[in-house]
Every structure is written in structure tokens, then in C-alpha cells.
Write a protein that binds this ligand. Sequence first.
Ligand code: ATP
Ligand code: MG
Length: 333
Amino acid sequence: AAPLLVLEELSVGYRLRDGRSRTVVNSVGLVVRPGEFVALVGESGSGKSTTAMAALGLLPANARVESGTVSLGGQDVTTIGDRGLAALRGPFVGYVPQDPGLSLNPVKRVGVQLVDAVRLHRRLPRSQARERALDKLELAGLSDVERIFDQYPHELSGGMRQRVLIAIALCNDPQLIIADEPTSALDVTVQKQILDHLGRLQTELGLGLLFVTHDLGVATERSDTIVVMNSGRIVEVGDPESLLLQPQSGYTKDLMDHAATLRPARLKPRVGAPMRLPQSAGLDDVIVEVSSVSKTYGDREVLNDVSLTLRRGTTHCIVGESGAGKSTLSRIV
Ligand code: ATP
Ligand code: MG
């Protein structure tokens, strides 16, 4: 199938007050295909949001595409014009913005905002637009949607507001969702629920998803492809398994060490890895045995003769200060 989004050699700069310009996205290439979950990962300031905004044709006034192309549904975003873009946003691409607090109009009821979004692209009578809006609120994982429809944003929790934004992004049945760190303002449990929901929707509806996050752990959870960005450039692209097992860039390794929730669960055992699954695992059997493992990154010794046995039904905590090797050990496990 044709890709939904293609960025080629994209460079974007911001004009500064003194008239000079600073390039913050540098020759970036990226593709999102139908049904593909692409995570764009990098630390704060690496240029993720600028890239996402360029993909949506929503760059701020002081930003300029310096070179390269952005193709959304086969159309060149940089030349298509405002009307062409407006026609794509909604029915083709839905955007889930970063901050649920700032992105909804505080003086309009939730339902009105959804119905407006629907009627921007569909000539539907209000009653039908309302039905569609209620459906999308449910699709975004909200219950008691008739009540929420009549409420103001401030009457909802942060998590509920985030789900309303997801409903708005979905309300014209897009093929592609661009979500910019949609949950960073929420507490971890709510974050996780919403991410899981977004991931399920992506799979069930067969959407393309470009998901922006600074957390590599979040990125590996569901993505098909991880794109790692540092200082405006792409430093590594790969599927989660190979990227975690054999990161090519030192920057990716740094991100791995700082990921809040890196879950090695997706990693399949590799031949030759220092790990052994017992032939017949009974209830109190050993599940994983790590024996005398040492590991170095370059000339830095990270693990030194470590052994660990995990038994079924037991909990192990690995405790140590930053840089002690906890993440490396858990990845090996
Ligand atoms: P975060 O994780 O903090 O959201 P990000 O990866 O999304 O970061 P961007 O917001 O794309 O990063 O910013 C990239 C660089 O561009 C940063 O150095 C930032 O200071 C700069 N920048 C962003 N927006 C503007 C703007 N409107 N005017 C000038 N510079 C900007
Ligand atoms: Mg950002």
C-alpha cells in the first residue's frame, strides 16, 4: 500500500529575533505506512515536535521548511496551500496534541467542540453529527458519553480530556494519527491506560501512527518501527527488537539507560545469549538463569560476573544507583 506520510531530506529552521535562522530539523527522512506504528524518540529539544508539525503543515509562523519534501497522502504539504491542508486534516490525518489542558477551548462544551470538528468535513445535520461525536467518545475509551458531551473541559480529569482529544482526532475517520507525546502531562497509570488504548485503536482500525515520545520504553512497547532523533538528525532507525538488542548509536544506548519503563518483555531470546530456559518449567521451577555474565560498552565495564536466578512466582528487585548496570542486566534477562 502507498505510504501515508513520507518525509524526505527535510530541514526546518526557526527565524530568531536577531534575524538569523537556526536549523533544528536536519535532513530528516521518515515513512509511515498504513497500519504501521512509528515511534519518533529523542530527548527534549531534539526536534520531534517540529518534525511532527512539519508533517501536519502546522509549523509556526517563524519556522521555515529550508529543504526537502513532506508528502501526506501523496500530496506535497509544502505547496498544497491552506485549503488543501484543511481538507487533509481530519479525514486523512488526525492530530493528538501534547497538552490536554491547553488544546481544548475552555468556554465550549466538549460536545460542541466535537460536533464542530465533525461538521468541518461533513455536511451532517446536528443530530447526526452528535451521534458520530458520541461514537467517537466511546471509541476513545470513555463511558457515560452523553454526560461528557454536555460538560466543559474543566469538569473532566486530565485523562478524560486526553481521551476527548483522541476522539476529536478520530472524528473524521483518519487513516493516519500523529500524536505528540500525548500523555506526558498525566500521571503514569493514566498515561499507560491511554497509551494502551491508542495502541489498540491503531491495531484494530489499521491506522498509521506517528507517535512522538522522549521515552524509549514507551516507544518499544507497541511500535513497529523506532526512529531515534538527536539534535535535529535521525541517528538510528529500526524495529524495537533489533534496536534494543543491538543499538547502533551511542545516543540510543543513553536513551535506553534513561528510559523510565523499558520492558524487555518484547525481546525474544537470542541464540548465544547468556540465558537458559529450562526444558520443563514446573510451578516452582527456574525461569531464567543468568550465570557469570560480564558486559562492556566500548572499554567501559558495565556488568562484572553477575549471576541471577529467577524462579516462577517470585519477585526480584534490582536496586542500584544510576549507571550501576540495572537496565543492562534487565535487558539481558
Ligand atoms: P520536547 O521533547 O521538549 O517537546 P522536541 O524534540 O519536540 O522537544 P522541538 O520542540 O521540535 O523539540 O524543538 C527543537 C528545537 O527548536 C529546540 O531547540 C527548540 O528550542 C527550538 N524551537 C522550538 N519551537 C521554536 C520556536 N517557535 N521558535 C524558535 N525556536 C523553537
Ligand atoms: Mg515536543
